[in-house]
Write a protein that binds this ligand. Structure first.
Ligand code: FEO
Ligand code: CA
Ligand code: CA
Ligand code: CA
Length: 616
């Protein structure tokens, strides 16, 4: 059942702000600058679904335990959780789901963000493995929980990142087993700590008093791709892995702001690896929560944790090059009432040059959205925050953002930048606390311009245009590309914006990417009860939006209990790789993709057109 209750009382506020948005839209750049998607609450003035650039038949919502695509498109599985990347790894055991040794040689669980890299000869897919569903991965244990040291090893190995070489043959794209580029990066892989916080006292531990190296990456959510061909993997819900053996140990406000509490989320890693016991090693949790840069074409390279990009529950990292050559990275912090960030490098990108240090030094900003549809990036510096050093700001970034009065957001998930024009979008997935309670730092979360609904159960996509088309500019103008809702159930603000109707409604926008033509591919991680507030929305799905017209069409529906996660296009754009994460989570019945009563397995699928045409 939905865990949010929609109350009509917020509609007044919403209409007030929406009305202002509309009015200001008319004043801004002739009203057409952001496209035709008028932001009107309620069931009136809806945009009719036309042909436009979305040249496929919309897929109806459904609750089928499979992948559904438009006519003329087909899918097949590229790789599943537990598939070995090397021939010395055993095939996946559907009964036990493997052990520590087999998982270390295999594709991890719960694939999320991903990116594709090519040097013209080889094609590599870098894929995040965000977390595990304990009752699935440990289904061979009566408790459905890790019970032995090897269970912990297996769990750790199921996290992190896979680098997988793929190649296209007669039967389509396939994994190249034993490729010298295949690599697993997980919870015990050595990492460098880079940027302003490297060497700071907050990062020093018993194992690494210098605070310069750490072990592993986990809770890898969204990803990114730098202009210089590096993969960025983003550490999100890192707190759920720490616990305290000393029940009297009181986490301080900094730990509490990031959710670190006495108990972990059932992973049990502290029992096998003491560094996850924060009462004994309190600084260990300061060594995670970063964007990590990986060179996919150098399997021997050491991943680098970029403290300059802040310590958050990072969703993804969307990297672009500003007009003057500086690298700009947009980043969301996915927690109720947290913030949206931007990093601007000090150095400039040089095509073909050595850009490996660009993310180590620069300015970190946080977004402030004004209700008049203007916005600004506020720099987080010792002067603006009152904090002692840039290093401290890079570790306690949420505190820094609170200090400058940034805008609390409805859980910023993926950010995507349009390659066709200077335009950026961010999914604000939902926020049951909007207008109800403050964030974990005590910042009020009143209904505001880009977050216009109390107890927001559906989410929205905010869009901004940097001033002068310059991603490094201090100011921007914003609007809402879409406000998700259910017009079949509501006739107020909770029905959504004008470009939502009963045929394309969805909830929980999460993954987001522009294709080369500037179409927006929206993936959902929402409620799939198909009942109550979510009636008629079906399983999680992928939709395509046209930012020029506001039109949105459903392209794909995923299997039961899944989230539709990362996407990546083949170099010729004839194949679209899509991540299907956690089918069958929380006891939802799913046997996807293997069927026949088998255990559900997160997988990457490859979508192609029957006529061999390009996608997107
Ligand atoms: Fe890992 Fe916010 O999704
Ligand atoms: Ca997500
Ligand atoms: Ca999500
Ligand atoms: Ca998920």
């Amino acid at each position: 059942m939905p865990d949010t209750t929609v109350t009509g009382g917020a509609a007044t506020d919403f209409e007030r702000i929406a009305g202002r948005v509309l009015t200001r839209r008319g004043l801004l750049e002739g009203g057409a600058a952001f496209g035709a998607a008028a932001f009107v609450p309620g069931a009136t003035a809806r945009v009719a679904a036309g042909g436009g650039r979305l040249a496929f038949n919309a897929v109806p919502a459904n609750t089928l335990d499979t992948v559904t695509l438009p006519d003329g498109y087909r899918w097949r599985v590229l790789i599943r959780w537990g598939d070995p990347l090397w021939s010395d790894g055993p095939e996946f055991d559907r009964e036990t789901c493997g052990d520590g040794a087999s998982q270390e040689r295999a594709f991890g669980d719960n694939n999320d963000g991903m990116a594709l890299f090519t040097d013209g000869r080889r094609t590599l897919l870098a894929v995040n493995h965000e977390y595990t569903n304990l009752e699935i991965i440990h289904r061979n244990r009566e408790t459905g929980r890790p019970e032995t040291a090897d269970d912990m090893r297996k769990g750790k190995a199921a996290h992190g990142v896979s680098i997988v070489e793929i190649e296209e043959g007669d039967g389509g794209w396939a994994v190249v087993k034993d490729s010298p580029f295949n690599r697993r990066i997980a919870v015990d892989t050595p990492m460098e700590i880079a940027g302003p916080a490297r060497g700071h006292d907050l990062l020093g531990t018993e194992a690494d008093p210098a605070g310069a190296t750490s072990l592993g990456t986990w809770s890898n959510c969204g990803g990114g791709r730098t202009p210089w061909g590096a993969y960025l993997t983003c550490e999100e819900n890192f707190d759920g892995y720490f616990s305290s053996s000393d029940p009297a140990y009181e986490p301080g406000p900094e730990m509490r702001r990031y959710g670190v509490g006495t108990r972990d989320w059932g992973y049990g890693w502290a029992a096998a690896d003491e560094r996850f016991d924060f009462s004994r090693h309190p600084n260990e949790c300061n060594r995670v929560g970063y964007v990590v840069e990986i060179d996919p074409f150098d399997p021997a390279s050491t991943p680098r944790k970029h403290t300059a990009l802040g310590r958050l529950k990072h969703e993804n990292a969307e990297a672009v090059v500003a007009a003057d050559g500086r690298a700009v990275v947009y980043m969301g912090d996915d927690e109720r009432g947290e913030y949206l960030y931007r990093f601007v490098s000090a150095g400039r990108y040089r095509a073909g040059g050595d850009n490996s240090g660009l993310l180590e030094d620069g300015a970190l900003h946080v977004a402030k959205f004004n209700d008049d549809m203007s916005g600004e990036w506020i720099e987080l510096s010792p002067e603006t925050t009152g904090m002692a050093s840039r290093a401290e700001i890079c570790v306690h970034t949420r505190m820094a953002a609170s200090a400058v009065g940034a805008t609390t957001m409805d859980r910023p998930e993926w950010v995507a930048a349009n390659p066709a024009r200077a335009e950026v979008c961010c999914c604000l997935t939902n926020n049951k606390n909007r207008g109800v309670k403050p964030n974990a730092g005590g910042d009020d979360t009143p209904v505001n311009g880009p977050n216009p609904r109390e107890r927001n159960p559906y989410g929205q996509i905010v869009r901004w245009r940097p001033a002068g088309g310059d991603h490094a500019a201090a100011e921007f103008a914003w609007d809402l590309f879409v406000v998700a809702g259910n017009p079949a159930v509501h006739d107020d603000a909770y029905a959504g914006s004008a470009n939502i109707d009963a045929g394309n409604m969805f909830n929980g926008p999460d993954g987001l990417a522009f294709d080369e033509d500037g179409l927006l591919w929206i993936r959902t991680d929402g409620k799939y009860t198909d009942a109550g507030d979510f009636a008629g929305m079906g399983n999680n799905q992928m939709l395509v939006g046209d930012p020029a017209t506001g039109e949105i069409k459903r392209f794909m529906v995923g299997p039961n209990g899944c989230e539709v996660a990362g996407v990546a296009w083949s170099p010729d754009r004839r194949t679209l790789f899509v991540g299907i994460q956690h089918p069958g989570e929380d006891g939802v019945e799913s046997h996807w993709p293997d069927g026949g009563g088998s255990v559900p397995r997160s997988s990457v699928i490859a979508i192609a057109r029957d006529d061999g045409g390009t996608i997107g």
